[in-house]
Design a protein around this ligand. Structure first.
Ligand code: SAM
Length: 263
């Protein structure tokens, strides 16, 4: 692939602001007891800082040329030619007395997929500092009640405390991206935020509710789940949720209660 095309396809915008790089690493504050997995190390803006602070650093880079250069520059870092969308995060084991931390300035085009893989890894991870396109980061961190709150917010917040920690201007990168960026600090909860008998069903209900987010809940769920309106209204009533509300106003607990009544 020609290098310019490759650069675009892989979202290769490299951080050139050392203060921002340190601030990202400081969010998870690695110590010699910790294992850090870095996603998309690129030309090493975060890798060097991580190598100086964490006990062990594993870096996942899909661009083999960048991976080879990183191996030469940071011999203590285990650089893997790996795709961060499909890597087995669930198999990570924390070092004795330490934590598993994930740090990465994620490629924009696949940022949501990588985030989903990380959240899906469950309790194998302790904390994460992830840079994403700002609009995506805001959706992940959004509380109920606004237009940015959606299934991405619900699924991430089910398993993590999420805080939008830093906003990063395009000028901090070479070449500068067309969009703004933001860094999320996520702490993985030891138990899901709300108790669920069937997480798959919860996901189906949440996706259906937001698939037609401008409709009231009864209509969106009826259409999305293929259920008669009366069934949805009765279930919502039993869950204590007004079926005339819109999905964006429901808390995680309300989605859980609704799922239980729709199952
Ligand atoms: N961490 C560096 C920095 O902050 O300067 C580079 C960040 S750059 C936005 C994203 C990096 O992720 C690039 O190095 C790119 O090659 C890599 N990348 C893209 N897709 C990937 C994937 N699926 N798995 C692993 N790395 C990927």
């Amino acid at each position: 692939m020609p290098s310019e095309n490759k650069r675009r396809a892989l979202g290769q915008h490299f951080l050139r602001d050392g203060a921002i790089a340190r601030a990202i690493v400081d969010l998870v504050a690695p110590t010699p007891a910790d294992l850090v997995v870095e996603i998309g190390p690129g030309d090493g803006a975060l890798t060097g800082i991580l190598a100086g602070r964490a006990g062990r650093v594993v870096a996942l880079e899909v661009d083999r040329a960048l991976g080879a250069a990183l191996r030469a520059r940071f011999p203590s870092v285990e650089v893997l030619d790996a795709d961060a969308r499909t890597w087995d995060y669930a198999g990570l084991v924390a070092p004795s007395g330490g934590r598993v931390l994930i740090v990465g300035n994620l490629p924009y085009s696949v940022g949501k997929l990588i985030l989903a893989a990380l959240v899906g890894a469950g309790r194998a991870i302790n904390e994460m500092a992830l840079m994403l396109q700002r609009e995506v980061a805001e959706r992940v961190a959004a509380p109920p009640g606004g237009k940015t709150y959606g299934s991405l917010s619900v699924f991430t917040q089910l398993h993590c405390d999420v805080r939008l920690a830093l906003r990063v201007p395009a000028g901090a990168f070479r070449p500068p991206p067309k969009v703004e960026s933001a860094v999320l600090h996520l702490r993985v909860l030891r138990e899901p935020r709300v108790a669920l008998a069937d997480e798959r069903r919860f996901e189906t209900v949440v996706r259906a509710a937001f698939a037609q987010r401008r409709k009231v809940l009864a209509n969106a769920l009826g259409a999305g789940l293929g259920l008669p309106l009366e069934v949805v209204r009765r279930a919502a009533g039993l869950a204590g949720v007004d079926p005339g509300r819109r999905a964006e106003t429901l808390s995680l607990q309300e989605f859980a209660d609704l799922t239980a009544r729709l199952s």
